[in-house]
Design a protein. Sequence first.
Length: 137
Amino acid sequence: MLRIKRQTDYAVRVILALAQMPEGSRLTTAAIQESMQIPRAFLQRIVAQLAQSHLLQTFPGRDGGVQLLRKAEDITLRDVVESIEGPLMISECLPGDAFCPFEEHCPVRRRWARLQSVILKELSQTTFADLAKEVVG
């Protein structure tokens, strides 16, 4: 079954929490953990991965926290998904590395490629500024 990891869902929540704040705002991980209901055991790892992917910056210490490195309108759902999951590939036959002997004439491969293109386009067009506007009170 095609399914994103739980960590990816939590990473989306972390970025969304920050995207809902005024630009340049910092949030503590405790505040994100509480508002987005993310288990602490996951949160530290996720924050580290998002920082390594240059999506957020961490600030240690008493007045620390996390902050987006880019504007919410410049961060897409694809950025966050791929920061946790790696490049999206819905089928092993898509890279085109002569993996499949039917590669050139396979009608299924063409469908997988089209489906992947649709998914990537939607993920790439969905920004966290858009998502933050959709949050209901």
